[in-house]
Design a protein around this ligand. Structure first.
Ligand code: NAP
Length: 257
């Protein structure tokens, strides 16, 4: 039985864990950061909350004799990905990164690519605009530096801080194109700010922006270190997991603590 830790919080991580439910060849643990009050969880053993840095993650992997770490976290969750790479190496577990490809602009798109949220706020310009923000709740405060705009922020949980003129839409994807078009029309959206998350669940907003000729300020992914084993889809991850284990992993690691 292969003991694996799935670092989750994404649609792909959830789908992978669900695909392993009831498969006696695997003993997965699904891990979330514990930021959302009502996380979606699969029917495999789950844990919630940080590990306490790289040392804590190494300790967890050793204590659970974990042979494989699947980093299926969000492309913007750079810290846990760096920790996973370091802890896997130190504990002797194999690391697989499951990361959906980034979105790319098509010929009819008008995208301005920026490196972070502060640059996105600066890119909005001086003239007041109606701006749709689909960036989550944690970085909304970056737009306090551009209070002349009217923001419509779509998020799952309420933020602690937000710019002065900011309406909240508490919604969780996936989103349909017709609903996105209606949102752009009823809210008279001039600009969209989003993160280059990739995937299909929230892609219709990009199609809506294209059709309504709304420019997109695209916050690009944070840089992450290259890893030896990376796949883009759940199917590829399942194939990888189905590969025969190298001899070094056939007997479990026995850890301390
Ligand atoms: P982050 O900055 O990379 O991680 C910060 C810390 O949170 C980590 O050092 C770790 O704490 C803990 N952590 C993160 N993911 C964890 C997991 N799956 N299981 C256990 N601990 C975890 O992460 P973030 O950007 O705040 O994202 C947090 C979680 O939300 C991620 O799991 C990610 O998949 C999900 N998510 C993020 C975004 C986004 O835009 N960033 C969007 C959708 C979903 P310790 O150092 O104490 O171990």
């Amino acid at each position: 039985m292969l003991r694996l830790l799935i670092l989750g919080g994404t649609t792909e991580a959830m789908a992978l864990a669900r695909a392993l439910e009831g498969d006696r060849r695997f003993a997965p643990t699904y891990s979330v950061a514990g930021r959302t009050g009502t996380p979606r969880l699969p029917g495999v053993p789950c844990r919630s909350g940080g590990f306490g840095g790289i040392d804590g993650l190494v300790e967890w992997l050793q204590r659970h004799a974990c042979q494989v770490v699947v980093d299926a976290t969000h492309p913007f969750a750079a810290q846990i990905s760096a920790h996973a790479a370091a802890a896997a190496e130190r504990s002797g577990a194999r690391l697989l990164v499951l990361r959906r490809p980034a979105w790319n602009a098509g010929p009819h798109d008008c995208w301005y690519r920026v490196a972070d949220m502060a640059a996105a706020a600066a890119a909005l310009g001086e003239a007041p605009q109606r701006v749709l923000l689909t960036i989550g709740r944690l970085e909304l405060s970056a737009f306090c530096s551009a209070p002349q705009h009217h923001y419509i922020a779509r998020l799952i949980e309420l933020p602690e801080q937000r710019p002065p003129r900011c309406d909240l839409l508490q919604q969780r994807g996936p989103f349909r194109l017709e609903d996105e078009l209606a949102l752009f029309d009823t809210q008279r959206i001039d600009l969209l700010v989003t993160k280059n998350a990739g995937g299909t669940a929230s892609q219709p907003k990009l199609e809506a922006a294209r059709r309504r000729r709304v420019p997109v300020i695209m916050v690009e992914r944070p840089p992450v270190a290259a890893v030896a084993e990376q796949v883009n889809t759940v199917e590829e991850a399942l194939c990888w997991l189905g590969e025969p284990l190298p001899p070094s992993l056939r007997s479990p690691l026995v850890g301390s603590g």
